[in-house]
Ligand binder design. Structure first.
Ligand SMILES: Cc1ncc(COP(=O)(O)O)c(C=O)c1O
Length: 448
């Protein structure tokens, strides 16, 4: 009874003072919020002790499960030495080690690492570096970025200006810098009637045209390689990226790979660019970099970019964050990278990737499409064929609520139910996760 009262009192204080991210508070208050008390492995637990399977890895960050002994130890070891120190004109071992590892594991052209503290700032840094590079080179007309419809790169104003999703940018349109949107791949509703497994990215044509016609004013192109996360885990083939590289390089256009969501094993490899032999000018990393422990991000780039900023005092890159390269975060990131690269960890994902695919078969006939790239799977629910449900039906939201009842934490993107669990999930747990989701979806769809 005491616990119950404390719960009510704490929730009342939450309602009174806390404003949650991307949350309609009226929904939140009516859906009996979860007060998370602790987390372990792929589960988190509320104050009443109920467990929730974290099917989306706490917003795509958690790789090795919650409360991992090795990550905890790396963090506490570092804590005994130093929690934080500023990073301008000062350096420290965890950051040096991390920069060393990231450059060793990513494509060889990426030699320099600029640290910041979240995915949006990793993108801001890439955009600003690209712009300043062209200014330093006297190419003052190169000030625009090309981005894909459906693309998402964070919600700060710079990142939002290259976001191709109306839901995020609509309310802020008036103050966003004018860049160049391009119709991107839409494999489920392919206008060419092709299949992503066998096409030659015929949909690259509008991109090719935009680059060719505007290259003298284009600084760079930004993409989420292979998976457009916030768009609803839409997935497209690597041939699109190969065409992008082939088009950009001769036109002197920077390529920004935003791998904030897809790096560190999510697609089955450490980095999409390295796995497909691609050479982006900038690589943005965050989320899984600390396996969900602490905020950290990195923007990797080439010596060519770096050298344009080197020399005269006025050429410096004027950009910083108070917590850039926080030593605790770097220490956990170093341990995360060790765990990702030892004991054939990435190879050990293959049976899990197969299990996701196998379990996905149960959605044949229920979902418009089941799609998968490595350890990311998604079901796009449709009213009929490829037609979306009317948004007022809130199908995805109802499935979220059904999941909570059954101890499954999903967070559908519109009517796309997706799975991006911690990589340490077992094959048995994958089956539980997807069978439970199947149950939730059936309940909601039968209700109509
Ligand atoms: C591809 C991509 N870029 C950037 C971001 C922004 O990251 P953050 O939420 O850490 O600012 C996200 C977040 O979901 C993302 O998916």
């Amino acid at each position: 009874m005491v616990a119950e009262n404390k719960f009510d009192a704490d929730i009342a204080r939450d309602f009174h003072h806390v404003w949650h991210p991307c949350t309609q508070h009226k929904d939140y208050e009516t859906a009996s919020p979860i007060l998370v008390e602790r987390a372990e492995g792929i589960y988190f637990y509320d104050r009443q002790g109920k467990s929730y399977l974290d099917a989306i890895a706490s917003w795509w960050v958690n790789l090795f499960g919650h409360n991992h002994p090795r990550l905890n130890a790396a963090l506490t070891r570092q804590l005994e030495n130093m929690a934080h120190v500023m990073f301008a004109g000062v350096t420290h071992q965890p950051a040096i080690d991390l920069a060393d590892s990231l450059t060793a594991l990513s494509p060889p052209e990426l030699e320099k690492v600029f640290f910041s503290d979240n995915g949006s700032t990793a993108v801001e840094v890439a955009l600003k570096m690209s712009l300043q590079y062209w200014q330093e080179k006297g190419e003052t007309r190169k000030t625009r970025f090309v981005y894909l419809n459906g693309g998402y790169h964070g919600e700060t104003l710079g990142a939002l200006s290259v976001c191709g999703l109306e839901i995020f940018r609509g309310k802020f349109e008036q103050v966003l810098a004018r860049h160049l949107p391009v119709e991107g791949p839409d494999c489920f509703r392919c206008p060419y009637g092709l299949r992503r497994e066998s096409c030659d990215a015929e949909c690259f044509e509008p991109m090719e045209k935009t680059l060719r016609e505007n290259h003298d004013t284009i600084a760079g192109v930004i993409v989420e390689p292979l998976v457009q996360g916030a768009a609803g885990m839409t997935m497209y083939p690597p041939v699109y990226l190969k065409k992008l590289q082939a088009a950009c390089e001769p036109l002197a256009i920077h390529i920004i790979f935003d791998e904030v969501a897809v790096a560190f094993g999510r697609t089955g490899s450490l980095f999409v660019c390295a796995a497909h032999g691609l050479r982006p000018t900038f690589l943005c990393l965050s989320k899984g970099i600390t396996s969900g422990y602490l905020p950290l991000s990195a923007t990797l780039t080439t010596d060519e970019i770096y050298s344009a900023f080197y020399g005269a005092p006025r050429k410096l890159f004027i950009h910083s964050h108070s917590y850039s390269a926080n030593p605790l975060a770097c220490a956990v990131a170093n341990e995360t990278l060790r765990m990702l690269t030892e004991n054939n960890f990435l190879e050990s994902l293959q049976p899990k990737i197969a299990a996701l695919r196998e379990c996905g078969k149960q959605f044949d006939g229920i979902a418009g499409e089941f799609r998968q790239t490595g350890m990311i799977a998604a079901l796009e629910l449709v009213e009929k064929k490829r037609e979306r449900f009317p948004s007022e039906k809130r199908i995805g939201y109802q499935i979220f609520l059904e999941g909570l009842k059954r101890g499954l934490f999903l967070r559908p993107l519109g009517d796309v139910v997706y799975f991006m669990p911690p990589l340490v999930i077992t094959e048995e747990e994958i089956a539980v996760m997807m069978n439970t989701a199947h149950d939730c979806i059936n309940t909601v769809l039968q209700r109509g």
